[in-house]
Design a protein around this ligand. Structure first.
Ligand code: HEC
Length: 225
């Protein structure tokens, strides 16, 4: 990503937040004389910073979209854009009418958007928290050594008939992603075979390997949820 442009964008947004905070304080303190005297300058600050936010942000967004970066269309990006697009005009109108609510609301929204942008997350979770969640998900998908072994066995001995997702049904094979059998029933079928399904001897697969392949088979149903 264009780091220079990103820094410029963050700087402009920070300035906008600061001047908005200053205006909230001035309006709350009823510094009407000061606000009146400097109204042109204050309006100009809004316009310039607001425009710069949209121009730099727009450029960065187009960059994300043309490079197919998933962050370009992520839900947090859409929420962020929406909130910014209502906050800037609200702040400008709030300033014109000196309405405190119409300044405080965009200030809060902007603060939230700022935090969302920092964390890339609508719930403002830190990357460490998100990583832990992703790790958990990955572990349940096959990074667990048992599951890696189970998948290896499955793809060599079972996939031909049951398919990568367990649903192939070749030669009347049952859909494994929907199977309601217990682990014991499954290992019995793998060991002894059933109908067209060949039996697997102890020499071909140990009991542990059967347990691992069954553990892997269990993940086939979960992947579709
Ligand atoms: C030659 C094709 C074939 C291969 C290879 C094969 N299966 Fe099957 N499997 C079948 C067929 C056919 C059935 C249905 C048998 C029946 O119901 O009579 C079946 C049924 C099953 C069932 C019972 C599902 C249920 O819900 O009733 C399980 C579990 C199973 N297979 C697991 C495995 C595993 C694990 C492997 C690899 C070690 C494997 N199969 C390899 C064809 C195959």
């Amino acid at each position: 990503m264009d780091t220079g442009f990103l820094h410029l964008h963050v700087t402009v947004v920070s300035l906008f937040l600061l001047q908005l905070l200053a205006k909230v304080v001035l309006v709350a303190a009823k510094k009407d004389a000061f606000l009146e005297k400097n109204s042109k300058k204050l309006k100009l600050a809004d316009m310039i910073l607001g425009t710069l936010i949209l121009v730099t942000g727009g450029y960065l967004l187009v960059k994300l979209l043309v490079t197919d970066d998933p962050r370009g269309t992520a839900p947090y990006m859409i929420v962020k854009l929406f909130l910014v697009c209502i906050s800037i005009p609200m702040a400008i109108i709030g300033m014109r009418k000196k309405k405190l609510v119409m300044l405080v609301v965009p200030l809060l929204l902007f603060g939230y958007v700022f935090a969302v942008a920092k964390t890339d997350d609508l719930m403002l979770r830190s990357s460490a928290t998100k990583e832990a969640a992703a790790e958990k998900e990955l572990a349940s998908e096959g990074t667990d050594p048992d599951l890696v072994r189970g998948q290896a066995v499955y793809s060599t001995r079972c996939q031909l008939c049951h398919g990568a997702d367990g649903k192939l049904g070749f030669q009347g094979a049952k859909d494994l992603s929907q199977s309601e059998l217990t682990d014991a029933q499954m290992s019995e079928i793998v060991r002894n075979g059933k109908g067209v399904m060949p039996a697997v001897s102890e020499r071909e697969l140990s009991n542990e390997d059967i347990a691992k392949v069954i553990k892997y088979v269990r993940t086939l149903g979960k992947k579709q949820e």
